[in-house]
Design a binder for this molecule. Structure first.
Ligand code: ARG
Ligand code: ZN
Length: 463
C-alpha cells in the first residue's frame, strides 16, 4: 500500500496513516541521512541502518587493472527507509538489488543513494547487493598521503584509514558501524590475494583462483583490506592464533625476520594487554612506497618498507586499541594512536629492562612549548591534525602521566580492563577516563583535562 502511494507521489497522505499525530511526513523523512554526524567527516557513514555483514566478491584483472565486484551488505533498518545511502567513490555501478528486487540508484558526490522497490520498515533486516566494475582509484590528500585502493607493481593493496574504504567498496564508511566480512577475491592463478581474518581453502577454476578470507569479528570499514599480487608467505602459530606473514617478492629476504619479530611482539602483547582479540595475526609487506603502515585488522599492512620493532609493536597494539576497541568518533583518535605509541615505549622498556618509557617521556617533555608535539590538544585535534604529532606523542605522554599517577599495577589493569570490557565494540575518551578513575580510585579530571584538552605544553605541577 505505502509503496504504491509513494510511487504516485502521495507520500504525505500515505504516511499520515502510520505517523503519530502532529508529525508531518515527507519522503525526505524516510531518507537515511548521508552521514552519521561525525564533525570531522560529515558525509562518512550513513543514517537509518546498521550494517552487520559485508560479503565482498571481487575479481581483479591485472592487465588493465580493472575489477568486477559484488558487495552484499546485510543491515538492519533503524528507521523506516524509503531510501538509504552507501558511501561509494568506486567505479561504475552496474546494478543494485535490495532483498532480491531491483532497486533504483543514483550517484551523488561520494554517496550511492539507493531506493528499494518498497519501503523498508524500522527494525527490518535487509540485504543490499551492489555490482560494479571498472578501475578503483586511490584517495590522495596532503596530510594523509595516498590511501584507499593503492596500485602495486603486480596488483593492489588497500589501506583505507580514515575514509578510503568507499574508494573500493560501497560501505557504511564510519567506525561507529562495525560489521563482519567475507571476502572472495578472484585473481589469475599466478597471483595471490590476502584479506582480513582467516583464510578458507582457495578454489581454482581454469586460469583463476578465488581466495576466501573471513573476518568473523566486528571490523571498522577503514580496517578492511585486500592485498593482491605475488607474495611469499610464512605461516606460524602462537597458541590458537594463526600467524600469516606475506611479503612482496621484493622483500623476500626479510620474510622470516618480519614473521619472527611479529610473533615475538604478539607474545609480549598478550601479556601486556590481555588476550589477543582476533583469531589470526601476521603482517603484509607490499611494494607501494607509502612510508606508513596501517593496522588493518588481524594483519597490518606496511607500505613499501620492512618494519622495525617500533612499527610492528605499534600496529600490533592497534589490534587491541583501535581495532577491537574502536573509536565512535574520529576526534577520539588518540585512543588509537596515543595507545599504540605508548605500546612502543612499553616494548622498549620490556626489551631494555630499563625505565625507558620515562626516558622517552622526558626527552619529549624537554622540548619547548613551540614543538609540534604540543601544537594541538590530542583529545580534540581537529580533522587536519588527527594524525599529527600531538595525537601520537602527547597522547602517549598522557598515558605515561596516568601511569605515574596510578602506579604500574593499576595502569596495567586499566589497559587490560579497557581492552576486555570494550572488546569487539567501541570506546570513548569519557569512558576511558571514567574507567581509569574507577580502577585507580583517584580523581583524574585535571590530569586528563590538562593533557588532552588544554592548549600548549602542560606545566609541571598543573596536573
Ligand atoms: N593508523 C596509522 C598508524 O598506525 C596511520 C594511518 C594514517 N592514514 C593515512 N592515510 N596516512 O600510524
Ligand atoms: Zn597508529
Amino acid at each position: 500500500m505505502i509503496v504504491r502511494a509513494l510511487r504516485t507521489g502521495m507520500v504525505a497522505a500515505a504516511l499520515a496513516v502510520t505517523m503519530t499525530a502532529g508529525a508531518t511526513a515527507s519522503a525526505a523523512d524516510l531518507a537515511g541521512s548521508s552521514g552519521v554526524g561525525d564533525p570531522y567527516f560529515p558525509d562518512s557513514g550513513n543514517g537509518g541502518y546498521n550494517a552487520t555483514h559485508y560479503d565482498v566478491a571481487l575479481r581483479f584483472t591485472p592487465k588493465d587493472h580493472r575489477i568486477a565486484a559484488t558487495v552484499t551488505m546485510t543491515a538492519r533498518a533503524t528507521q523506516a527507509l524509503r531510501s538509504f545511502n552507501l558511501d561509494f567513490r568506486g567505479p561504475e555501478v552496474v546494478s543494485v538489488t535490495v532483498d532480491g528486487r531491483r532497486a533504483e540508484f543514483a550517484r551523488q558526490d561520494d554517496e550511492l543513494v539507493i531506493t528499494p522497490a518498497s519501503v523498508l520498515v524500522e527494525g527490518a533486516e535487509f540485504k543490499a547487493v551492489v555490482s560494479y566494475a571498472g578501475r578503483p582509484k586511490a584517495r590522495k590528500n596532503g596530510t594523509l598521503g595516498t590511501y584507499g585502493w593503492v596500485r602495486s607493481r603486480d596488483g593492489a593493496v588497500v589501506l583505507a584509514e580514515p575514509d578510503g574504504a568507499a574508494n573500493w567498496m560501497p560501505v557504511n564508511d564510519h567506525p561507529s558501524d562495525k560489521a563482519t566480512y567475507d571476502f572472495a577475491i578472484t585473481v589469475p592463478k599466478r597471483l595471490k590475494a590476502l584479506a582480513n581474518g582467516e583464510p578458507l581453502a582457495p578454489v581454482a577454476h581454469g586460469n583463476l583462483t578465488t581466495y576466501h578470507w573471513r573476518q568473523s569479528a566486528p571490523m571498522a570499514s577503514y580496517l578492511a583490506s585486500v592485498a593482491i599480487g605475488k607474495f611469499e608467505i610464512t605461516y606460524g602459530r602462537v597458541g590458537k592464533i594463526t600467524v600469516i606473514t606475506a611479503v612482496d617478492p621484493k622483500f623476500k629476504k626479510s620474510l622470516d625476520d618480519v614473521h619472527r619479530r611479529t610473533v615475538k611482539a604478539l607474545r609480549w602483547g598478550r601479556k601486556a594487554f590481555g588476550p589477543y582479540p582476533f583469531r589470526t595475526s601476521g603482517a603484509v609487506v607490499d611494494d607501494p612506497k607509502l612510508d606508513y603502515a596501517l593496522e588493518t585488522q588481524d594483519r597490518p599492512v606496511y607500505g613499501g618498507f620492512v618494519p622495525n620493532d617500533d612499527f610492528i609493536v605499534h600496529e600490533l597494539a592497534h589490534q587491541w586499541f583501535g581495532n577491537s576497541v574502536t573509536v565512535r568518533e574520529w576526534k577520539d583518535i588518540w585512543l588509537n594512536e596515543g595507545f599504540a605509541t605508548y605500546a612502543e615505549w612499553m616494548w622498549r622498556e620490556h626489551v631494555s629492562k630499563k625505565d625507558s618509557a620515562a626516558k622517552t617521556f622526558n626527552s619529549y617533555y624537554r622540548q619547548p612549548g613551540t614543538s609540534p608535539i604540543f601544537a594541538s590538544p590530542p583529545g580534540s585535534p581537529g580533522r587536519e591534525q588527527m594524525f599529527g604529532f600531538p595525537v601520537y606523542v602527547r597522547g602517549a605522554m598522557t598515558l605515561h602521566v596516568l601511569r605515574k599517577r596510578v602506579g604500574d599495577k593499576k595502569f596495567s589493569r586499566i589497559l587490560k580492563t579497557w581492552a576486555a570490557e570494550q572488546a569487539g565494540g567501541h570506546g570513548t575518551t569519557e569512558q576511558f577516563t571514567a574507567l581509569a578513575e574507577r580502577i585507580s580510585g583517584k580523581e583524574l579530571d585535571k590530569l586528563f583535562d590538562v593533557w588532552l584538552y588544554r592548549k600548549g605544553k602542560p606545566k609541571r605541577g598543573s596536573w
